[in-house]
Design a protein around this ligand. Structure first.
Ligand code: GTP
Length: 354
């Protein structure tokens, strides 16, 4: 069979928490829809709700994989989700947005598994890098988070150096150099909010993948053969593959994001926007990401809030159907008790004022 003509391209979006993956996904969907193509999305969240999905158009077929990570606990399900998405919607292209904590090489196993049943072709791993966060983490030296970031960078076929609006010119050069050191073979594109005039590199990726395909023995080999562009990738490919089917022995495999913690809080009542913003400002550094849907007492519309590394952002929304008010906090080794108490206090303050 002619794989190139029949297989559905799959792009994996990787990148640390809050780096801009959903922002990129929005742009990619616009680009493909503009070309009259039908994209589909698989979104993975560590928490049990998918807030990012609220930002995407209802027309885009989407499979949600919640409360786990597709690179480990849900890896077996990824293949099935891809299969079902293809059967139900026959998309022209599939994007997989993994959680920021996911290791792309391990997610690849799930994709590879799907390739056994469906004609899909993993075309690229696009890693979105938060420029300021990369510099900060690299200066702090060894940490598990930095290690994960490095793995995501090493395994990329395209690197988007994002949030360059927050970098001084010399910092931009430093960040670009860091990326080149970690992954010398991959193009680095500097972006603000993942905005690009020219998306032709997507086709270049496709051409490169197609080329690799011709020289490989099949889809699974292809996925492993061309996707990890760096010689310095920290994973032993053979070993990673063996682990993918070893779900009964998780102890034998140490995941790099065991330390990432998630707190999901369903609001029982609207709270004050000022008090909530004040809470965001005093969140400990270890909580580096938060997002949620809020109803405030002091303003009429509902909001989607985003918090990433001390910066917050509120966007008015009108959710389709029923959506809970909820906040999800992600970080490393922070005190869940402290956070839950603070959230409770916000709600109690409102009750006292009623
Ligand atoms: N200043 C600045 N902010 C950005 C840029 N790109 C994205 N953001 C903001 O960063 C926050 C996180 O962006 P997302 O696209 O949701 O990031 P993500 O990687 O999908 O986040 P997770 O789903 O938590 O992993 C949002 O508030 C964005 O508006 C950028 O280039 N510059």
């Amino acid at each position: 069979m002619n794989n190139k003509e029949q297989s559905i391209p799959v792009h994996l979006l990787s990148g640390f928490l809050g780096s801009g993956k959903t922002t990129l996904l929005g742009r990619l969907l616009d680009y493909y829809k503009g070309q009259g193509k039908k994209p589909a999305v698989i979104m993975n969240e560590l928490g049990d709700i998918n807030l990012d999905g609220q930002l995407l158009s209802d027309e885009v077929p989407m499979a949600e994989m919640l409360s786990g990570c597709i690179c480990c606990t849900m890896r077996g399900d990824l293949g099935m989700e891809i299969s079902m998405l293809i059967d139900e919607h026959q998309p022209d292209v599939i994007f997989i947005e993994s959680t920021g904590a996911a290791n792309p090489m391990e997610t690849l196993d799930g994709v590879t598994e799907a390739a056994m049943y469906k004609a899909i072709d993993l075309r690229s791993i696009i890693t979105v890098v938060d420029g300021p966060e990369l510099l900060k983490r690299s200066r702090e030296g060894k940490s598990r988070t930095f290690k994960l970031m490095q793995e995501q960078i090493r395994c990329a076929t395209v690197l988007l150096l994002n949030k360059v609006d927050k970098l001084e010119p010399e910092q931009l050069v430093e960040a670009q150099q860091l990326l080149r050191d970690l992954n010398p073979h991959t193009p680095v594109i500097a972006t603000v909010r993942c905005t690009l005039d020219d998306w032709s590199w997507l086709d270049a990726e496709a051409a490169r993948a197609a080329n690799a395909h011709e020289h490989s023995g099949g889809e699974a080999a292809d996925a492993e053969g061309h996707v990890c562009s760096s010689d310095g990738c920290s994973h032993d490919h053979g070993q990673a593959h063996a682990h993918s089917y070893d779900e009964h022995n998780p102890a034998g495999h140490h995941h790099s994001h065991d330390h990432v913690m998630v707190v999901t809080h369903y609001w029982r009542k609207p709270v004050s926007s000022t008090a909530f913003e004040a809470l965001l400002q005093r969140l400990p550094d270890r909580i580096y990401r938060a997002k949620g849907i809020m109803t405030f007492t002091d303003t009429p519309s509902r909001f989607l809030f985003q918090y990433a590394y001390r910066e917050s952002d509120f966007m008015k929304i009108e959710p389709q159907g029923h959506v809970n008010d909820v906040a999800v906090f992600i970080g490393e080794h922070f005190s869940k008790d402290w956070l839950l108490r603070e959230l409770e206090l916000l709600e109690q303050a409102e009750a006292a004022e009623e």
